[in-house]
Design a protein around this ligand. Structure first.
Ligand code: OSB
Ligand code: MG
Length: 369
């Protein structure tokens, strides 16, 4: 295929409720939607960058710059026999994984549509259902958190992740554990702690958590390895893993025993498969993370996690947890038993609701071959 048009839109959508992590509070989802076309067929990729660089260094503006000035010129008019050729083509651009991923994901989605196949099939996955987990942001206190967990369990979720930050950690875990002794429970610190805080995690070691996600710095592996040596609970890396090579190094160092794969964070589907394969060879479980995506990115995550190494529930929950009006029809729903159906239609497999996309668009830019 030859990509002859790339379009980027910036969208702004209100979240149904604010989502708070150790690095900040998100009220509106502000993101870029990339469209790649070849001969009249178009594929879509949702970028995971935000307005600010508080999760990882990229922002919507850096993504736009790198797409416009470096990545789109590489892609436009280039003969591609498969989207996996984009990784090597982009390699000269260092970093900027979120920008690479958005265009790469759009190209895979385009490829799937041209084949008339669901995304999971071109990725090497399967149909059926995937297990849905839920990520609960920081709440005003333990009582409010327990109420939120009860609400999510009533909706069907069977695995709960709670956000923590210094000063808001042990008592949150204790409150949830006291009420649900057997609940598959985990915590995510989003890099808020330092090696000197290890005592917090040694204490949590008694709470039978599934894992502790990204306790230390976003660019560190060495300190995570030292922390993992002190704990029985697996450390899971999110921010620190930005490629298949990072995953290999992390496992070699013993920096984690689980990896969270986010397509946008690792530079696209090809690198997601690379992380998956490295972990599978080492018998290390992976699961699919989330970035408060709309249905477009959320469905891409559903397809990815049908690969066999995804043995733990992902942070992929229902559209309605985040948005009054999601951008896909039907919306992503979670069944009473906590699963999401894997679509069988071409590409992401659900229709994009263009009137809603138009209403949420604040600006757009387009390039043609
Ligand atoms: O660290 O996994 C994270 C949301 C935004 C940025 C980082 C993270 C998250 C989540 C939410 O945990 C996952 C989701 O439900 O999409
Ligand atoms: Mg995380």
């Amino acid at each position: 295929m030859k990509i002859d048009r790339v379009e980027v839109r910036h969208l702004r959508l209100p979240l149904r409720r604010p989502f708070e992590t150790s690095f900040g509070r998100t009220i509106h989802k502000e993101f870029l939607l990339v469209a790649a076309s070849a001969g009249g067929v178009t594929g879509y990729g949702e970028c995971v960058a935000d307005a600010d660089p508080y999760y990882l260094p990229e922002t919507n503006q850096t993504v736009l710059h790198v797409l416009r000035d470096f990545l789109v010129p590489i892609v436009l008019g280039r003969e591609l026999s498969h989207p996996r050729e984009l990784g090597p083509a982009f390699a000269r651009v260092r970093g900027h994984e979120m920008a690479k991923a958005a265009l790469e994901m759009a190209s895979w989605e385009l490829h799937a549509r041209r084949e008339g196949a669901p995304l999971h099939r071109v990725l090497g996955g399967r149909g059926g259902t995937v297990a849905a987990g839920v990520s609960i942001g920081l709440q005003p206190g333990p009582a409010a958190l327990v109420d939120r967990v009860a609400e999510e369990l009533a909706s069907g979720y069977r695995r709960v992740k709670i956000k923590i930050k210094p000063g808001h950690d042990r008592e949150l875990v204790q409150a949830v554990r006291a009420r649900w002794p057997e609940l598959p429970l985990m915590v995510d610190a989003n890099s808020a702690y330092a090696p000197a805080d290890a005592a917090v995690f040694r204490e949590m070691d008694a709470q039978r958590l599934m894992m502790i996600e990204q306790p230390l710095a976003w660019d560190d592996l060495v300190d995570h390895a030292e922390l993992q040596r002190q704990l029985r609970t697996p450390v899971c890396l999110d921010e620190s893993i930005r490629s298949g090579e990072d995953a290999r190094r992390a496992l070699q160092l013993g920096a984690c025993r689980v990896i969270n794969i986010k397509v946008g964070r690792v530079g696209g589907f090809s690198q997601s498969l690379a992380v998956h394969d490295v972990c599978r060879r080492a018998s290390v479980p992976v699961w699919c993370g989330g970035m408060l995506e709309t249905g477009i990115g959320r469905l891409a995550n559903v397809h990815l996690q049908t690969l066999p190494g995804f043995t733990l529930p992902g942070d992929t929950s229902a559209s309605a947890r985040y948005f009054e009006e999601d951008l896909v029809d039907p919306p992503v729903v979670v069944s009473r038993d906590g699963t999401i159906e894997v679509p069988e239609g071409p590409g992401i497999g659900h229709q994009i609701l263009w009137p809603r996309v138009e209403r949420a668009t604040t600006f757009r830019e387009e390039w043609r071959a």
